[in-house]
Design a protein around this ligand. Structure first.
Ligand code: GTP
Ligand code: MG
Length: 136
């Protein structure tokens, strides 16, 4: 069984979509929320989290947006959750995301795409340690 790091980004919290998005994740058979917190992300954490994007034109606006208000930070556990939450979220660009996916149902802007989920086992291990260092 896997664990993945999920962020409901500041736009999800501001727009009151936390219950809706959480419901979709929680409804998947056998998946459980292992940890969850409302947290305003600091610059240091975000720099580590998005290190792969440093220098890209969208980097600074992304960092500013991600620090613009509280996010829901959580650990989801269950069968194939890494792949599974990415599938629920849909592709990065919400306009390209199919209806039925979280981004496809609620998003329009690439930067404000509602949710982050680890994209591989390696990313999940790194991100879980970064956001929940106290978790085994
Ligand atoms: P995350 O789950 O947030 O990591 O999204 P992702 O894995 O689908 O996308 P990626 O890691 O490639 O990019 C991280 C975030 O940067 C995205 O979720 C977007 O918010 C933003 N982003 C990525 N590419 C672009 C882009 O071309 N333009 C803009 N404006 N933002 C982008
Ligand atoms: Mg990513």
């Amino acid at each position: 069984t896997q664990r993945t790091l999920v962020l409901l980004k500041p736009d999800s919290v501001r727009r009151g979509l936390v219950g809706e998005i959480l419901g979709r994740i929680e409804s998947k058979a056998g998946w459980t929320i292992a940890a969850m917190e409302l947290r305003t992300l600091d610059r240091g954490t975000l720099e580590q989290h998005y290190a792969e994007h440093e220098g890209r034109p969208f980097y600074e606006p992304l960092m500013e947006f991600m620090a613009s208000g509280p996010s829901v930070v959580m650990v989801v556990e269950g069968e194939r959750v890494i792949e599974g939450v990415r599938a629920l979220a849909g592709p990065t660009d919400p306009i390209a995301a199919a209806p039925g996916s979280i981004r496809g149902d609620f998003g329009t802007i690439v930067r404000e795409n509602l949710i982050h989920a680890s994209d591989s086992e390696e990313s999940a291990a790194r991100e879980l340690k970064l956001f929940f260092p106290e978790l085994d």
